[in-house]
Ligand binder design. Structure first.
Ligand code: F6R
Length: 615
């Protein structure tokens, strides 16, 4: 939510910052802005509503006058306080124009700070919470920008990352972090700060993760990190394990299409290294086997697509471990007083590792003494940092706003957690675990097979793109797949789409059926849980009887369903619990194609941002 980047080095900062913002635009695209300071202390600011391209065009139109320094910063916004206008775009400055600030997050006590500034005669020119920080830093400044930033941060409440520059300190950028992410990029004679390593991956893969309530000062030659009181803190350098090609479209029109195709490797890479000497191993485990053995209840908490993966986890963990599992929206979890104690395991799933609702759920769980296991795609993000154990999904960077490859990677990670629990609790013999793992290892090929057949799905997408709504039905692990199919369609194609547990059809949703309405039915295997298969066949008859069109996702060779499917989308036969890994893929492709046929940008759906760092 909002992408920020700062640069100090030897190259023209404007180019470096614009390039970095281009790679962070998935975080927000309501407006964009830049600030550049030259060696003589002249600070230039440019801001524009709309996508980054609007700002770049405006800068090009003016010949980029004034933007000549090698110190700069930029912002791509997802609006919270104030509409996405030029005036509310970042950077924000004080009245003298000496300070420029970009911000990610929400300053919760902004109303009080604003009132205080106005009472002392400051005229605020935007509706943002950020502008107050710019004025406060300017007033606090007495020749040491880092000290001024630290002092102001001590007064701010909420989650925020600030990047600040001052005309009197060219060659230096100061950034502060509380909860919202910030990494430092360590180059040769140049340094960066950014919301995500993607902003500087072209220059360096060496980075430093900034911790909670820390302030960093970067210059061309180095960086120093302190806490909000100015005391130095130790930092950890890490090497990013993916490169520029992972952050580029690689010949595809959209990142999302590339990411859908990367799903076989997302599954393969997430499995890699987790079955060693016949045992399942997690990435980081600050809880011992006895603690895993003592778990008597599991909550899976997450938001959106990650939550749908968590619903799959419920089926797998209950089946393999004979443990009660509740999958819960993170935004609801901590407000309903869940019953947690030392023997409760909370599995927190988050691609970004920074989703505010999931992070707060983790904090709530830990306050209640529950143990937390994070599943995350972002190394060193806040949620894994605050958890007792971590399993990383190795899906690589996901730039398309809609989650695709990270969903399948999360599903795989959930299975690994289930197997790790089964191993610790002895509910599965080691040869059974080895067999389950071998079945998982076959999944990249199964997913690749589905990808080889999606042309039919695309044609279908174009065919139904004019529909006013699409319904999705599934049972057992097909139910979360139905929810995920509907979510993809809503967010990408802006169509009314709803996912239902198929058994609920007769309890209300059947009233929505009408002539020609597309209804996607996710069929279980006729073999695994045959009884569910026949129940869904009955649902299909009910749908057809009311004139709706049936789009059926079914196992290859399932001839019983063929006569009743207006459109049949076949997926390879795989074990029942693993079915979401194959049956979700056509639904991702369907949503993307419908969105494209309706003329929408599938990488940047309206009103959305990739990481939701505010509640
Ligand atoms: C949907 C989507 C969102 C995210 C949700 C959680 O395509 O991407 O629903 O799944 O915002 O995000 P993370 O996984 O980063 O916590």
């Amino acid at each position: 939510m909002c992408g920020i980047v700062g640069y100090v080095g030897h190259r023209p900062a404007l180019d470096v910052v614009l390039q970095g913002l281009g790679r962070l635009e998935y975080r927000g695209y309501d407006s964009a802005g830049v600030a550049v300071v030259d060696g003589s202390g002249s600070l230039s600011v440019g801001r524009k509503a709309g996508p980054l391209a609007n700002l770049a065009a405006e800068l090009d139109g003016s010949g980029r006058d004034g933007f000549v320094g090698t110190t700069g910063m930029g912002h791509t916004r997802w609006a919270t306080h104030g509409a996405p206008t030029d005036r509310n775009a970042h950077p924000h400055s004080d009245a003298t124009g000496a300070v420029a600030v970009v911000h990610n997050g929400i300053i919760e006590n902004f109303a009080q700070l604003r009132a205080e500034l106005e009472a002392s005669g400051v005229e605020l020119t935007s509706e943002t919470d950020t502008e107050s920080a710019a004025h406060l830093i300017a007033r606090q400044y007495a020749g040491d920008l880092a000290a001024a930033v630290r002092a102001v941060c001590r007064r701010l409440e909420g989650a925020f990352t600030l990047v600040v520059t001052h005309a009197d300190e060219p060659g230096r950028i100061v950034a502060a972090r509380r909860s919202s992410p910030l990494v430092v990029g360590v180059g040769d004679g140049e340094h960066f700060v950014a919301s995500d390593v993607a902003a500087f991956i072209e220059t360096t893969r060496d980075a430093v993760e900034l911790g909670q309530d820390q302030v960093v000062t970067i210059s061309a030659d180095g960086y120093t990190v302190t806490d909000f009181h100015g005391d130095p803190v130790a930092t950890r350098l890490f090497h990013v394990d993916w490169d520029l090609s992972a952050a580029e479209k690689g010949g595809h029109d959209y990142f999302m299409l590339k990411e859908i195709e990367e799903q076989p490797s997302a599954v393969r890479d997430t499995l890699r290294g987790h079955f060693v000497d016949g045992r399942i191993v997690l990435d980081e485990q600050r809880m011992d086997t006895q603690e895993l053995r003592d778990v008597d209840k599991v909550f899976v908490v997450a938001c959106g697509t990650a939550y749908h993966s968590g619903l799959v986890a419920k089926y797998a963990i209950e089946h393999w471990c004979r443990l009660p599992v509740e999958a819960e929206l993170a935004s609801e979890f901590r407000y309903r007083d869940p019953v947690l104690d030392r023997s409760t395991l909370v599995v927190a799933i988050s691609q970004s590792g920074e989703t505010a609702d999931t992070l707060e759920a983790v904090r709530h769980a830990r306050e209640q003494k529950a143990r937390v296991l994070a599943i995350c795609n972002t190394n060193g993000a806040q949620i894994p940092r605050e958890s007792d154990a971590v399993l990383y999904t190795h899906a690589g960077p996901e730039i398309g706003v809609a989650a695709t490859k990270t969903f399948v990677a999360q599903v795989v990670a959930n299975y690994l957690v289930g197997l790790a629990l089964a191993q610790a609790r002895g509910t599965k013999y080691s040869d059974e675990i080895a067999r389950e793992f071998a079945e998982l290892e076959a999944m990249p090929d199964a997913v690749a097979d589905v990808l080889g057949t999606v042309e039919r799905v695309r044609a279908l997408g174009r065919d139904i793109a004019g529909s006013k709504a699409v319904l999705f039905l599934g049972r057992h692990v097909g139910y979360p797949v139905a929810l995920e199919g509907a979510l993809k369609l809503k967010e990408l194609a802006y169509m009314h789409a709803e996912g239902f547990a198929a058994g609920e059809l007769k309890h209300g949703p059947i009233a929505l059926l009408e002539e020609g309405l597309p209804v996607v039915v996710v069929m279980p295997s006729p073999k695994g849980r045959g009884v569910l298969h026949s129940k869904l066949l009955s649902n299909i008859q009910e749908i057809r009887a009311r004139g709706a069109r049936t789009i059926v996702v079914a196992e290859e060779g399932d001839d019983t369903v063929r006569p009743y499917a207006s459109h049949l989308l076949e997926v390879p036969a795989v074990p029942t619990l693993l079915q979401p890994l194959v049956s979700t893929v056509p639904l991702q492709v369907l949503a993307a194609e419908i969105a494209r046929a309706r003329g929408f940008d599938v990488d940047r759906p309206r009103n959305l941002a990739k990481s939701v760092t505010v509640e």
